[in-house]
Design a binder for this molecule. Structure first.
Ligand code: ACO
Ligand code: ZN
Length: 282
């Protein structure tokens, strides 16, 4: 297995401080070696500059004019915004912590940063990166929600946003493999909920109850921008596809519907496509 020869980097930073939070990084991050010697790395939560002490950060904050991440705000609804950052124009983005090969060259990527806004400014909650051109239809390279904000639904919100962008591009997309354990759990949850929603919608709009509506994998994929393979694997995982008298039949089981309404109840935040202003690639 060629993966056995892959270089594994040791986690090198003890703590980082970002806005109100002190966070223990999970992965290696490409900071200069001097910084691996300090107990905590301080980040300006707006421009993402890194500093070696609290004093340096406070001095920086008196000079730093930014109150939001660099880049264009392309989405705003209530207190949530997305900023699009071009990795070529903004080298600060290389400071994001992640576990893939995205260590130094950010040029080929766009970054979509989700922020919560208050009277002070826009505070980073999480982000995903996306290759400008992907030969394999990847619409997300890396996705991350900062630990203090995890398990509040922001992961699924970032995922939903990535598919809304794919819809605007007129394409279907899929996250880059391999997925981490938490990545797979979050995607599975998003795909299941989105596909069941689509099936319920198709069922509701069927002209006649006695004539069961038909649907194809392609229909589901086009409606949701979820790549065909992921549609198929999700329907199989939910055990909704049956082969009956020579045709494939999708059966929305009570079990699947119950699980669906339980998660719908929890899912308060959603992307409103009307609040997304995206010009396309330049
Ligand atoms: N244990 C069990 N289930 C979990 C956990 C957990 N620790 N975390 C999230 N989930 C479930 C949630 O219950 C939810 O399922 P539900 O809708 O059925 O209730 C689903 O996963 C999504 O939860 P969110 O709150 O929307 O996700 P969150 O904001 O926590 O973000 C993410 C998920 C981005 C994967 C986050 O855990 C993270 O940043 N992890 C570290 C980085 C990482 O692994 N990124 C993915 C790599 S793969 C890639 O980049 C393509
Ligand atoms: Zn700054």
């Amino acid at each position: 297995n060629h993966d056995d020869n892959k270089v594994m980097r040791m986690k090198n930073i003890e703590w980082i401080e970002l806005g109100r939070y002190r966070i223990k990084p999970w992965y290696f991050s490409p900071y200069p070696v001097e910084l691996t010697k300090v107990a905590c790395v301080y980040l300006c939560e707006f421009c993402l500059k890194y500093l070696k002490s609290d004093t340096c950060l406070r001095r920086h904050l008196t000079k730093c004019q930014l109150r939001h991440p660099p880049g264009n705000e392309i989405y705003r609804r209530q207190n949530l915004s997305f900023f699009e950052i071009d990795g070529r124009k903004n080298k600060a983005t290389k400071l994001f912590l992640d576990h893939k090969t995205l260590y130094y060259d950010t040029d080929p990527f766009l970054f979509y940063v989700l922020c919560e806004t208050d009277s002070v400014g826009c505070h980073i909650v999480g982000y995903f990166s996306k290759e400008k051109e992907s030969a394999e239809d990847f619409n997300v390279a890396c996705i991350l929600v900062l630990p203090p904000f995890q398990r509040k639904g922001y992961g699924k919100l970032l995922i939903e946003f990535s598919y809304e962008l794919s819809k605007l591009e007129g394409e279907t997309g899929s996250p880059e493999k391999p997925l981490s354990d938490l990545g797979l759990i979050s995607y599975r949850a998003y795909w299941s909920q989105t596909l069941i929603d689509a099936l319920l919608e198709i069922k509701r709009s069927a002209p006649n109850e006695n004539d069961p509506p038909s649907v194809t994998i392609n229909d589901l994929s086009e409606r949701t921008a979820i790549k065909r393979e992921d549609v198929i694997s999700t329907l199989q995982h939910l055990n909704l596809v049956h082969y009956y008298k020579g045709v494939y039949v999708i059966v929305l089981t009570k079990e699947a519907l119950d699980a669906h309404s339980r998660t719908q109840g929890k899912r308060r935040i959603r992307i409103d496509p009307k609040c997304l202003q995206w010009q396309g690639k330049d």
